[in-house]
Design a binder for this molecule. Structure first.
Ligand code: C2E
Ligand code: CA
Ligand code: CA
Length: 974
């Protein structure tokens, strides 16, 4: 029951309330009327009562007066008074008048002559009253006295007895017994609570019934009651509270003639007593009314429900259904000619016409669904989104009850995966074991569509026999009809779109055709999404390949840079520090020559495992080159110090491949953020430099010792100073001889090494400013300056007839510089040098960045007669076989190998390098030779030339010349 029911009820109840209100008003009105009538009646009675009493009283007075007149007619009063006759006459009179206590014939001095009954009389006390009466022409009332004998309240009245012309000397004195009022009251037909009293004009209560003892003698002159009596001239009615506070109605009337002014008689009655009947009537009227109201409400509630509310709610519900699209809804009420019946019939007629329009609308909505879904297919970002959106569009745009999409699962149970769903109460599908098997579980339209690949239409859920175990449930959820449309690929249903509607027989052929079209489009959308996803996965694989090393599954250099960016960002935020440690596996290429590529990969894999084992797996480790790892390490004092230990731990036990034990050597270098560099590239480069330096210095681990941060102020000044130094002549060339290994007296050439004497800092090592120049592009003017100086020196020595070959170090960028060769060629003219005495030293790596271009440039130089030396040979990765294809004159075995030549392993490396080079027609120079043993070993191995401190450190030109002369002498004299 909804709000609309009760509000209708409320209105009827309200109407009833208004009617009942009239009744209650009428009851009240009647009660008031009756009250007023009762009061008026009571007042009338009171007035009558008062008048009656007053009448009787004045009757007594009149009789007393008559008695005074007639008793003495023809008699001498004084004489008569002394006879028994007098007493007998008075006794008779007394008997007749109950209101009198006594009647006496009294003389002026107060003495009694005769009396109605014998009783004591105080003559002295009554003398004054007797005197007053004798002077009064008519009856006179005295004051109330209390009888000393029997305590009665007495009002005396007196009248003089006039006979003849002389002044009267006798009077009749009647004692009015005020108790008589009480007795009168008892006789009165008034209700209980009636009171009566006498009050004199001064407000003294003379008599009061009931309760005379308490009331008589009280003074009420100030009370509203008494004032009212005065105000009305002693005659009238009133309504005042009595002395006891009780509201009373009363009537009053003047009473007799009194010497001290009039006396008022009043009769009163409790107002409550008067109105009690009316009030009772009101009470019983209201009670009756309440009962009536209750019954009426109950009748309205129950009968009204049947008569109005139920029919109206049936009509309302039908209208609501119609408005929500259920055009089959009807009131089902009989047209009985009443207004309500008429309304119901009208609604039913309207429903019928709407139903026929709905046919068209239904097709419209199917079209709407179709177009909405087509839009989804174009816009969907994923299969999941496409399915969800499709179900949503079907339910919302199509106004269907629910929609879901299922896929066939190829398992034994022939189960079904519900991929998307929408609709009110769609949660019922949770855990419903729909199947596409040919049994009860597969009996629903979805299962059948999946099994047969045919559209399944259920026009009335209630009438179908076997739609699966959930048929009743689905009916309870409001479903009346359903259609399941197969999603087919290659003639086989891989999925189904199921739609339920809240009305039976709603899917007509046109609509089903449109929905089939929708299913076709959806299939296309799903297959498109899937192939797109396939493509995406392939792309992700490629992406992963690009970022991960396939052999070890470790991140590669690219990934390292991304991680560094991340760590740097984090460190920036919390001012953190970390180190990038690069670890070179030395001679991995040689190892690979022995155990093959797969073997080398296997060794690397094992190594990676050991690295993560010793570092506890907490650091980011990447394979940055075939033979190099890099590790990001949070920084503290111990962590850097621990690196040699780590490396010892991972190289201690030989590695193994196919049963062959493989010994490997690792040199590590670290660059610290932010001390050494603040960007990923510089960190990578510098930790790599540090690792190479470790190798050349013969240590396991080396902390980067070169330039600190790129943007540091020192670096910037150094940079501008270097620019200055190149332009002025702060750069000087030192020369170091290369001598023949077999006969050291033969100086085969010299290497020119640049020296910078900074005006402030003194000698600056090329190891620090050359990398700086390389990074900033200053290397071009620097190399130009160096070569020009070297050429001038060559020319000088040529002209002095002391020809000397001079080798100049070339940086990688110089090889890529298109002007480089032209510049060098131009030197012959400008300096007068024969350039064929000029040599170039180039590292392997310089050749690797653009091998084709390197080959062209080298060939150009070689044609000039210049000799090319491969500097630092052994630290790079190039193979000898490749180098042999270039116009190269000699290899310079790197100092790091020479340094380690006391170890047999390095002896083997050096000797095999020499013999291999010779085999390829290359000469071999050993650099960094410091000991005689090294020199002897090299000589024994047929090394061609030797360079090193053993013979000479680099020296300024003049010193170099001097040295040459002395050395030649020494050697010659040896
Ligand atoms: P490098 O080309 O390998 O030069 C040899 C370095 O080894 C020189 O250091 C030299 O003084 C040092 N050396 C020679 N014999 C011995 C020895 O017996 N024991 C030891 N421990 N060291 C020895 P230097 O002059 O400090 O040069 C360092 C590097 O700077 C050079 O290595 C070279 O790569 C670069 N360099 C120097 N001058 C130039 C230049 O004019 N142009 C370019 N592009 N690079 C230069
Ligand atoms: Ca060199
Ligand atoms: Ca070198």
């Amino acid at each position: 029951m909804g709000i609309h029911f009760s509000s209708l009820r409320l209105r009827i109840a309200l109407l009833l309330g208004v009617i009942l209100l009239y009744v209650v008003v009428a009851i009240c009105y009647r009660t008031i009327e009756r009250r007023d009538a009762d009061i008026a009646k009571a007042l009338e009675a009171l007035r009558t009562q008062a008048a009656l009493v007053a009448d009787q009283q004045s009757g007594i007075v009149q009789e007393t007066r008559d008695l005074a007149t007639f008793l003495f007619i023809g008699r001498d009063p004084t004489t008569f008074a002394r006879t028994d006759l007098c007493s007998q006459a008075l006794a008779r009179f007394l008997k007749r008048n109950q209101a009198l206590d006594n009647i006496r014939l009294i003389q002026a001095d107060g003495s009694v002559l005769c009396s109605g009954r014998a009783a004591a009389f105080d003559a002295a006390k009554n003398r004054a009253f007797a005197g007053a009466v004798l002077n009064e022409p008519d009856v006179l009332a005295g004051t109330v006295t209390i009888s000393t004998t029997d305590g009665k309240r007495i009002l005396p009245i007196g009248i003089a007895i006039r006979t003849g012309a002389q002044a009267p000397s006798l009077l009749l004195m009647a004692s009015l017994d005020l108790g008589w009022f009480g007795r009168r009251l008892g006789e009165a037909s008034l209700q209980g609570g009636t009171r009566m009293g006498l009050v004199d004009s001064q407000g003294n209560v003379l008599a009061h019934y009931p309760d005379p003892a308490r009331m008589v003698g009280t003074k009420i002159s100030e009370t509203a009651f008494f004032q009212n009596i005065l105000a009305n001239g002693g005659q009238g009615t009133g309504e005042q509270p009595g002395l006891d506070g009780q509201l009373r109605l009363y009537a009053f009337t003047p009473f007799t003639y009194a010497s001290g002014g009039p006396i008022y008689l009043w009769a009163g009655i409790d107002k409550n007593t008067v109105t009690a009947a009316a009030d009772h009537q009101l009470l019983s009227g209201v009670a009756l009314w309440l009962g009536l109201a209750l019954v009426s409400f109950l009748v309205v509630w129950f009968v009204g429900d049947r008569l109005f509310i139920r029919p109206v709610s049936v009509i309302t519900e039908t209208a609501r259904k119609l408005s929500s699209g259920d055009y089959l809804a009807r009131t089902g009420m009989v047209a009985d000619g009443s207004e309500v019946g008429e309304l119901a019939a009208m609604v039913d007629r309207m429903a019928a016409s709407m139903a026929s329009k709905a046919e068209i609308l239904r097709l419209n909505r199917a079209l709407r669904v179709l177009s909405g879904c087509s839009k989804n297919i174009v816009l969907a970002q994923s299969e999941e989104a496409l399915l969800d959106e499709t179900c949503r569009t079907i339910v919302e745009a199509g106004n269907y009850l629910m929609a879901w999409i299922t896929f066939r699962v190829q398992d034994d149970a022939k189960s079904v995966h519900i991929a998307a769903r929408h609709g009110a109460n769609i949660g019922w599908l949770d855990g419903v074991p729909i199947s596409w098997s040919d049994d009860h579980q597969g009996g629903g339209p979805t299962g059948k569509a999946l099994r047969t690949g045919q559209t399944q239409l259920v026009q009335d859920i209630a009438e179908e026999l076997d739609l699966g175990p959930w048929q009743e449930k689905i009916y309870a959820l409001g479903s009346r009809s359903a259609v399941a449309l197969p999603l087919t690929d290659g003639g086989i249903a891989f999925g189904a779109l199921t739609i339920h509607a809240a009305q039976a027989h709603i899917f007509n052929p046109e609509e089903v055709a449109l929905l089939e079209e929708l299913a076709g489009n959806l299939t296309f959308g799903i297959l498109t999404q899937r192939s797109k996803q396939e493509r995406q996965r392939a792309e992700e694989r490629v992406e992963r390949l690009a970022r991960f090393d396939t052999a070890t599954d470790l991140p590669n250099a690219l990934e390292l840079v991304s991680s560094l960016e991340l760590v740097i960002r984090r460190s920036l935020a919390n001012r953190g520090q970390f180190a990038l440690v690069t670890m070179h596996i030395e001679r991995l290429l040689d190892i690979q020559d022995v155990i093959g590529m797969a073997g080398a990969d296997e060794i690397v894999r094992q190594l990676a495992q050991r690295v993560s084992a010793v570092t506890g797996g907490v650091h980011f480790i990447a394979r940055v080159a075939r033979d190099a790892f890099a590790m990001i390490m949070p920084l503290d004092v111990e962590s850097l110090a621990a690196i040699p230990r780590y490396i010892e731990a991972i190289t201690e036990v030989p590695y193994e491949y196919a049963g062959i034990p493989v010994d490997i050597q690792i040199s590590a270098g670290s660059a610290v953020y932010p001390e050494h560099a603040t960007d990923p590239d510089a960190l990578v480069r510098r930790s790599d430099i540090a690792a190479r330096q470790a190798w050349s210095q013969g240590v396991i681990h080396n902390l980067y010792g070169g330039e600190s941060e790129r943007e540091s102020p020192e670096r910037l000044t150094l940079l501008s100073d270097l620019r200055q130094a190149i332009r002025t002549d702060q750069l000087v060339l030192f020369y170091q001889p290369k001598v023949s290994a077999q006969s050291p007296a033969v100086i085969t050439g010299a290497e020119a090494l640049v020296r910078w004497f900074h005006p402030l800092h003194g000698a600056v090592s090329p190891a620090s400013f050359i990398p700086l120049a390389e990074q900033t592009g200053l290397i071009k003017p620097l190399t130009y300056a160096v070569i020009e100086m070297a050429a001038r020196q060559v020319a000088t020595w040529q002209h002095a007839n002391k020809p000397m070959r001079v080798a100049v170090n070339i940086s990688p960028q110089n090889l890529l510089d298109p002007d480089f060769f032209d510049f060098v060629s131009s030197l012959s003219e400008r300096t007068g040098a024969d350039l064929s005495a000029l040599d170039l030293e180039i590292t392997e790596t310089a050749l690797m960045s653009d091998p084709e271009r390197a080959r062209q440039v080298l060939e150009q130089f070689a044609r000039q007669g210049m000799r090319i030396f491969i500097d630092d040979f052994g630290t790079g990765y190039s193979s000898l076989a490749y180098l042999a294809t270039l116009p190269i004159y000699a290899l310079k075995i790197d100092r790091s190998f020479v340094m380690r030549m006391n170890e047999p392993k390095y002896q083997t490396i050096v000797s095999s390098t020499i013999s291999l080079a010779h085999g390829l027609g290359l000469k071999v120079v050993a650099e960094g030779v410091e000991t005689r043993e090294q020199a002897e070993f090299l000589r024994d191995q047929q090394c061609d030339d030797i360079q090193g401190y053993l013979y000479s450190s680099p020296k300024a030109a003049e010193e170099f010349v001097e040295w040459c002369e002395v050395e030649l002498q020494t050697i010659n004299t040896r």
